[in-house]
Design a protein. Structure first.
Ligand code: ARG
Length: 594
């Protein structure tokens, strides 16, 4: 049951009865003048001219033809708007329907699909930093949203575990003397070699060191390429060393994702696609889709009007392109595999093992060209069937207050863990002000929830400012405000000397709450269509805020009329359930008290 849809059906029927055109394009929107009406349509304004009529006449005819109902009141306003008011009775019925429905009235998609999510994407041996926060936040929420909307979902973390960083790290460790035992010719069984000297802290030092060095030392870079190739070829002892580093790193990565309420069904990585790489390359070669270029194997993916060379002003200027869409490199000069190679082989693997209707990748927008290349390649080669949807959800950057990418005071990269600790500390201070001391898990829920809500409130593709004070405010469009509203309802429900019954809408505050639920429920579909959670965040806030007004204006606990009190408590419980469902979808924990 969706009141907005019911209204639409009535209007369409009347338009058809009147023999007017364009019933298919009629839209009903939430009113932007809630003091006048709850919904409206400007259909008459759009179609009147073509019919040679005045908009007001069209609107009046439509309204005259609608059968009277105890649910809706239709009226006409100059120059031709149709305003719709929903009666208290209709709102009560809707509220009780939502209350009883197992999906709380959120309408699922008609065509349920199997959607595969690829997010997280942490890189083994590289420490997680602030840039790794958005993918798990957005990915987890999108996955949950799809599940709420009825899709079957599966999530894979797709670790970066097959690239140059592996070769760099192993080479640096070797040069610094940590791997002598592995390179001792007498050693046969690498699994017995103790690794106590190799810690996460060491890896966090060694990789950046190597990464800097590769930019200035060509020989070092070449050697790292070779080490990477050996790892990709499972050559010993490189492969055993790599596996030990990977185990260490993945344990840490799992912990980090858990702090963000992010979970995966599959903990696979680029390396798991390795058995599919030869076959993938062969498909491109056999279908004549690849050509050689400077020893590498590339696939041309540019279409007309793309990748047009811009004439150089001088000889030594690098070549630039209009609408850049460079060829995808699927084999490196030394036979090594690249990011595109493993992504293509991974699509082949996923289709062999799962064949989902859609694969959704969540990364920052600097990878847009990469994914466009990979998607085009997969379609060209038929690795992804024509009917399969491939989606890249490209998010913007999390900036500091100065509007530039978030950095430490010294200008360094902010570590992932540091951000989380900052959030937890700040939440602990807030809780202390409310007299709650020493509850670390509660502080994590609030701190992390604050960041997630702050993040997801933005249209996914835009940059935003990480503003801790704003995110953490208990009052405003924030995660803590929603959690606080739930905690407040918990307290009302536990203090009440009566049980919630059915909702019976009696006043303006209750009308606003039920309308806010209606809006919240319709926002799920908007987010589903847009791959962005911002509409859901806003609607969740609007519901919490409608509840605050209700709480301030209407005495619930001291209500004398027991029947009325039970109905009011039912409103409270309904709001709590709807808010909790929204928070769950966003991947934010609810809290009992705060
Ligand atoms: N590891 C990658 C990075 O750090 C992200 C992986 C995204 N997923 C993918 N299938 N390429 O940028």
């Amino acid at each position: 049951m969706d009141l907005k849809n019911e209204i639409l059906k009535k209007l369409v029927k009347s338009v058809n009865d009147c023999n007017f055109d364009g019933a298919g394009s009629l839209v009903v929107t939430f009113s932007n003048r809630p003091d006048l009406c709850d919904f409206q349509t400007n259909y008459a304004l759009i179609v009147a001219k073509n019919m040679g009529m005045k908009p007001i006449e069209v609107a009046e005819k439509i309204v005259e033809n609608i059968e009277k109902s105890e649910f809706f009141e239709f009226s006409v306003v100059a120059p031709g708007f149709i305003n719709i008011k929903v009666t208290d009775k209709a709102l009560s019925e809707f509220a009780n329907f939502v209350k009883a429905d197992k999906n709380l009235g959120v309408e699922q998609v008609e065509k349920k699909r199997f959607v595969f999510f690829d997010y997280g994407g942490a890189n083994v041996a590289k420490e997680l930093h602030v840039g790794h926060l958005r993918s798990p936040i957005i990915g987890e929420a999108l996955k949950r949203l799809h599940a709420v909307m009825g899709d079957k979902v599966l999530a894979d973390v797709h670790l970066g575990d097959f690239g140059l960083q592996m070769g760099l790290t192993v080479l640096q460790l070797k040069e610094d003397g940590y791997l002598d035992a592995f390179f001792d010719e007498n050693v046969k069984d690498y699994s017995k070699i103790p690794m106590q000297d190799i810690t996460l802290d060491l890896l966090n030092d060694e990789y950046p060191k190597a990464s800097k060095r590769k930019d200035v030392d060509k020989e070092f870079k070449k050697m790292a390429d070779l080490f990477t190739l050996y790892i990709q070829q499972h050559k010993e002892p490189y492969f055993s060393i790599y596996n030990k580093i990977k185990d260490l790193s993945v344990a840490e990565i799992r912990e980090n994702y858990k702090l963000l309420n992010t979970t995966f069904d599959l903990y696979l990585g680029e390396s798991d696609a390795e058995p599919f790489i030869d076959e993938t390359i062969k498909i491109f070669v056999d279908k004549n889709l690849a050509r050689e270029s400077d020893g590498a194997l590339v696939v041309d993916v540019a279409r007309d009007g793309e990748h047009i060379p811009i004439p150089k002003k001088s000889e030594d200027e690098p070549q630039r392109y209009k609408n850049p869409m460079p060829p995808a490199i699927i084999k490196k000069y030394n036979g090594g595999d690249l990011y595109a190679t493993t992504d293509l082989a991974t699509i082949l693997m996923r289709n062999r093992e799962y064949s989902p209707d859609e694969i959704v990748y969540i990364t920052d927008n600097r990878q847009s060209v990469h994914f466009e290349q990979v998607f085009r390649c997969s379609k060209l080669a038929g690795i992804s069937p024509e009917k399969q949807k491939l989606t890249h959800v490209a998010f913007g950057t999390m900036n500091g207050r100065d509007g530039k990418p978030f950095k430490t005071r010294e200008g360094g990269v902010v570590r992932y863990k540091d951000v989380i600790n900052l959030l937890i500390d700040s939440a602990e201070k807030k809780l202390e002000e409310n007299g709650i001391v020493g509850d670390k898990e509660l502080a994590r829920r609030i701190g992390v929830g604050a960041m997630k809500f702050g993040d997801l409130s933005n249209v996914v593709g835009t940059d935003y400012v990480f503003d801790m004070d704003k995110f953490m405010s208990f009052d405003g469009k924030t995660g803590p405000y929603i959690q606080y509203t739930i905690a407040r309802i918990n307290s009302i429900l536990s203090k009440a000397d009566a049980q919630p019954s059915e909702v019976d809408v009696q006043n303006l505050e209750e009308r606003k709450i039920v309308l806010a639920i209606l809006k919240l429920n319709s926002s799920y579909n908007v987010c589903y269509e847009n791959y962005s959670l911002n509409t859901l965040c806003l609607a969740t806030f609007d519901l919490a805020s409608a509840f605050s007004t209700y709480y301030n204006n209407c005495r619930i606990l001291s209500e004398k009329d027991v029947k009325r009190k039970k109905s009011m408590l039912a409103v409270c419980l309904l709001v709590k359930n709807c808010l909790e469902k929204a928070l769950y979808t966003l991947g934010i924990d609810s809290v009992e008290k705060m």
